[in-house]
Design a binder for this molecule. Structure first.
Ligand SMILES: Nc1ncnc2c1ncn2[C@@H]1O[C@H](COP(=O)(O)OP(=O)(O)OP(=O)(O)O)[C@@H](O)[C@H]1O
Ligand SMILES: *[C@@H]1O[C@H](CO)[C@@H](O)[C@H](O)[C@H]1NC(C)=O
Ligand SMILES: *[C@@H]1O[C@H](CO)[C@@H](O)[C@H](O)[C@H]1NC(C)=O
Ligand SMILES: *[C@@H]1O[C@H](CO)[C@@H](O)[C@H](O)[C@H]1NC(C)=O
Ligand SMILES: *[C@@H]1O[C@H](CO)[C@@H](O)[C@H](O)[C@H]1NC(C)=O
Ligand SMILES: *[C@@H]1O[C@H](CO)[C@@H](O)[C@H](O)[C@H]1NC(C)=O
Ligand SMILES: *[C@@H]1O[C@H](CO)[C@@H](O)[C@H](O)[C@H]1NC(C)=O
Ligand SMILES: *[C@@H]1O[C@H](CO)[C@@H](O)[C@H](O)[C@H]1NC(C)=O
Ligand SMILES: *[C@@H]1O[C@H](CO)[C@@H](O)[C@H](O)[C@H]1NC(C)=O
Ligand SMILES: *[C@@H]1O[C@H](CO)[C@@H](O)[C@H](O)[C@H]1NC(C)=O
Ligand SMILES: [Mg+2]
Length: 834
């Protein structure tokens, strides 16, 4: 609705505006707004003259503004946001001033067909989508002080474009497909932050005469323009793979394809230079030959876009980490064919579509993707994998709309029904729970079994923990929800390969750590097996093992409840102490931690009948108490072996950098796998360096290789120690060298050359004794430390059932209960005491 009334007198105009403030303003009002938003106002712009006669304003016969020319007028201020109401505007030339503010919409300016010239100002914002399909021929937006930002995508729809002067701004992303810009002859893109490959549609533009691309971060092969074109490419100032035309190295080509699917992020374009991906490209790891890419680690980079199927061309790839980004679309099924893949982590993204099935050797983690594997409303065939490009606006045909509506209604009805059923179910439970101590068959029961006993009645002997039926400590999901503030982000202690760990506080103030895993993690084990496994794990108790207090099953989810370790992980104290604002660990503390870990693992190994191998020993699985004494965590990966010797595992679990060579190569698991990992941890304690550090040069990035080279002399060892430990105290240096030697021994290439954990404990024991000679060693007992409130709580609870004995001599107790594990659920905490 446009008002065509010619208004010549401004007094009348304002009168009208006052009376009808919500009617469409006409050109006079817009020009008036312009006159107040810029300064100095040109001298001819007075209320007593018709705005059509103002300098710089041109109107047509019906007093509609067709051109604004205010070039080089030293203007400051902004362009009014209602500029786009000048629907007859054909030309807007305001270049070479100091106009600031965002580029106005310019939607509806269907006549703006010639010039939009705003160069040399301080205009910000991004190119509006309203330019789409516009008739603009000369788009001059170059040389803004702060710079226009965002992508150039809209250019691909501006078919009339002849000149695009966009240089000296802050545009990002890739140059779009310009195949429809058939009359473009002048393309100025230099001095921006453009990334990605120069599309063929640009080099193929037939009318092109001059083009500048320098001072961006453009990637891929050097573009080749036609003969008559004056092109400034800036080989040195971009990130092209070669200085001369020709294709990039195949791996580079694949990685650029991978980058395309995530919008060519600047962090990659800046660092991925040259034609060899193994030359210190960030996020990329290569094999020892320095030829083949073996790892891509994009975790926690806030990347958005999709997972490129081109990853499948990196056939040497062993580890692909894409976790904690904003990736959408589906997981390309072709990735299952990667022959060497061992670790694939896509957790915490927004992926959808089917969950591909990987071979057993692959540790595939995909939690934290709500839509993954949910094919409820997906009726469209062939919505297969691929570069699920964002923003593919479908032409919403009427059919599409009605289908969408039907789906919507159906989902709505379903949700409603589910809610009703849920409410009914709740009521039913509530009724049931009023009967005290309902005991159900745990095999039938869901997670809510035994809630009745818990409801935190605070009446003495009842707490949040349920009874120990089947040897398992079942904890209800409600209790865990309450304890963790409904699994709030604030309670997150950390994230690991299997899920998120939350801090929880039970009603009585006891702190716990709740590990929330998704269904896949415990394997496809049935309820019974899971319970049996937990039954064993809850019984493996030792002063230097983090106690598993109980578990919860909620649908497909499995939650494990551990004792809370207030000082967090060893890795935090070793590698991240600056970030956490804590002191670096002293050498005393480090040896003491090493001994604690050694004892914990020795205990696991020493269990008769059924030997336990940890398989994932590393600093993030070593947790610290307030006294800085350590406990070994994470029994999730502990696998019991039938004969105490070894077992063949098809699936290699564990973490790169800590894997013993024979384990990585053959999957053969013996206790010596833990000894190896323990040796790596010792090296980390000595050097303060991580087992694998991709940021270092190749010859230093693998700690074991590097450290073992340093072992040749004491001087070299001293050079390798953590900066924070540097001292000339002979006693300390002796101690460090002794541990270094042990570390070398533990990481011997052949398993049989490595000592057993008992030996390691014997070496470390005296080194710790050194500092506390007068104190009787409390560590020799296998009891639970006095600071452990939760087991005490359990102990109290269990005392009634006659099980307190297990805490006094849990060593024997555990053995005997594991021996009888084969009898499954019948064997319980209670049973042994009865
Ligand atoms: N019992 C606990 N007490 C305190 N913090 C814990 C406890 N258990 C885990 N955490 C925290 O949660 C984080 C994640 O633990 P999680 O075991 O899931 O992963 P991880 O040890 O890093 O890797 P992996 O999955 O290989 O074990 C740890 O790094 C630690 O900070
Ligand atoms: C463009 O015009 C249409 C109708 O004339 C109007 O509804 C719409 O709000 C206008 N767009 C802008 C950005 O002003
Ligand atoms: C450019 O505009 C920004 C605000 O958009 C302002 O902070 C800055 O001072 C301006 N710079 C110049 C040189 O005008
Ligand atoms: C070019 O124009 C055609 C016809 O309008 C359209 O179908 C096509 O999507 C356009 N190409 C690009 C890259 O925008
Ligand atoms: C590009 O070439 C055209 C025609 O030769 C010329 O008018 C224009 O000024 C040139 N642009 C630049 C930025 O050099
Ligand atoms: C990946 O490999 C396939 C088949 O060998 C090939 O067609 C494709 O072009 C390759 N992709 C890239 C990006 O190299
Ligand atoms: C690197 O990859 C190529 C092709 O996949 C393969 O032939 C070669 O053996 C690999 N090199 C190493 C050292 O793994
Ligand atoms: C992550 O990316 C989104 C857009 O992709 C952006 O809005 C957000 O600010 C980014 N977050 C961080 C922490 O960089
Ligand atoms: C996840 O992606 C879907 C579309 O696939 C989108 O509707 C939803 O908003 C996204 N969720 C988040 C948290 O980004
Ligand atoms: C998709 O739905 C069908 C039918 O509802 C079901 O059989 C199939 O298992 C589902 N697939 C996935 C990946 O959830
Ligand atoms: Mg862990």
């Amino acid at each position: 609705m446009t008002c065509h009334t010619a208004v010549n007198h401004h007094i009348l105009l304002f009168y009208l505006l006052l009376l009808t403030p919500f009617t469409t303003a006409d050109d006079a009002a817009v020009i008036k707004a312009l006159s107040t938003s810029i300064s100095p106002t040109p001298s001819t712009w007075t209320d007593s003259t018709n705005f059509c006669n103002w300098n710089g304003i041109t109107c047509d016969n019906s007093n509609r503004v067709t051109a604004i020319n205010l070039v080089s007028k030293s203007l400051t201020g902004t362009l009014p946001p209602n500029l786009n109401q000048l629907t007859h505007l054909k030309t807007l030339n305001v270049q070479r001033n100091s106009i600031a503010g965002d580029l106005p919409s310019l939607a509806n300016l269907t006549f703006l067909e010639q010039d939009l010239r705003l160069s040399y100002n301080n205009i910000t914002g991004s190119l509006p989508w309203s330019f789409s399909g516009s008739q603009i021929r000369n788009l001059w937006l170059n040389n803004q002080v702060l710079g226009l930002s965002g992508t150039l995508d809209v250019l691909s729809t501006m078919a009339q474009l002849e000149q695009a002067w966009l240089q000296a701004n802050a545009f990002t992303g890739a140059i779009p497909d310009l195949s429809n810009c058939t009359v473009l002859f002048d393309l100025q893109l230099r001095d921006n932050q453009l990334t990605g490959l120069v599309p063929e549609s640009v080099t193929a533009l037939t009318k092109l005469v001059n083009v500048t691309l320098q001072n961006n971060k453009l990637q891929g092969p050097l573009p080749v323009f036609g003969n008559g074109v004056v092109a400034e490419l800036g080989t040195g100032t971009n990130s092209f793979c070669l200085d001369t035309p020709g294709p990039c190295d195949p791996q580079v080509t694949v990685l650029l394809e991978v980058a395309r699917a995530i919008g060519y992020p600047m962090s990659l374009a800046q660092e991925w230079k040259g034609n060899d991906a193994c030359q210190k490209w960030n996020f990329i790891g290569c094999d020892s030959s320095g030829k083949n890419v073996t790892s891509v680690s994009f975790g926690k980079q806030n990347f958005s876009g999709s997972i490129s199927p081109a990853f499948a061309n990196l056939t040497s790839l062993r580890s692909l980490l894409l976790n904690d980004n904003n990736l959408v679309g589906s997981i390309p099924g072709v990735l299952t064919s990667l022959p060497n893949l061992q670790a694939f982590d896509v957790s915490n993204n927004n992926l959808s579509g089917p969950i591909p099935v990987f071979p057993d050797r692959v540790k595939f983690v995909h939690i934290g993707n709500l839509l993954l594997g949910q094919n409820v409303s997906d009726g469209t065939p062939g919505s297969g994998p691929g570069s699920g490009n964002a923003g593919g606006s479908s032409n919403g045909s009427t059919k599409g709309v009605s289908v969408g509506m039907i789906v919507g209604i159906v989902i709505g009805v379903l949700v409603f029904v589910v809610i009703i059923l849920f409410v009914c179910y709740k009521c039913y439970l509530k009724k049931k729970n009023q009967k005290p101590k309902t005991v159900q068959d745990p095999e039938k029961g869901k997670e809510v079994v035994k809630v009745s006993a818990l409801q935190s009645q605070s009446s003495g002997d009842h707490t949040e923990m349920s009874v120990f039926e089947g040897g398992n400590v079942v904890i209800s999901i409600q209790v865990l929800r309450e304890a963790t503030n409904n699994f709030s982000e604030e309670n997150v202690l950390g994230r690991g390969g299997f899920g998120v760990v939350y801090k929880g506080i039970l009603h009585n103030g006891t702190k716990v750590a709740v590990k929330r895993m998704d269904s896949g993690v415990m394997g496809t084990k049935g309820l019974k097996e899971f319970q049996a496994e937990i039954a064993v794990l809850t019984k493996v108790r030792h002063r230097h093992l983090v106690a598993l207090l109980g578990y919860c099953m909620n649908g497909n989810e499995r939650l494990l409840v551990y004792e809370y370790m207030p000082q967090g992980t060893l890795s935090q104290h070793l590698f991240e102490w600056k970030e956490h604002k804590t002191n670096p660990l002293s050498w005393k503390q480090r040896v003491s931690i090493a001994l604690d870990v050694g004892r914990g693992v020795e205990y696991l190994h020493s269990l008769a009948q059924q030997s336990f191998i940890h398989r994932d020993l590393k600093p993030s699985n070593i947790l610290l108490g307030d006294d800085m004494r350590a406990k070994v965590a994470d029994f999730g990966l502990v696998k019991s072996t039938p004969d105490g010797k070894h077992s063949m595992e098809t699936r290699v679990a564990g973490t790169f950098g800590y894997l013993a060579p024979e384990y990585a190569a053959t999957g053969r698991v013996t206790t010596k796998v833990d000894v190896y990992a323990f040796g790596v941890v010792l090296m980390e304690l000595i050097t303060g360096r991580k087992a694998l550090d991709d940021t270092l040069a190749d010859d230093k990035s693998h700690l074991v290789t590097w450290f073992r080279r340093a072992l040749i002399s004491k001087e070299n060892i001293i050079k390798a120690i953590d900066q924070t430990l540097v001292t000339d105290e002979e006693e300390t240096l002796e101690s460090i060298c002794r541990v270094a030697e042990l570390a070398g021994h533990c990481t011997a290439r052949e398993p049989y050359q490595r000592p057993d954990m008992g030996h390691a404990v014997n070496v470390l024991g005296p080194l710790v004794e050194q500092w506390k000679p007068s104190r009787p060693d409390e560590d020799d007992g296998y009891g639970i430390g006095h600071h452990m409130s939760v087991p005490q709580l359990l102990q109290q609870l269990q005392a009634d059932e006659g099980t307190s004995r297990m805490f006094d001599d849990s060593f024997d107790q555990t053995q005997s209960s594991i021996v009888s594990k084969s009898s499954g659920l019948v064997d319980t905490f209670g049973a042994t005491g009865r």
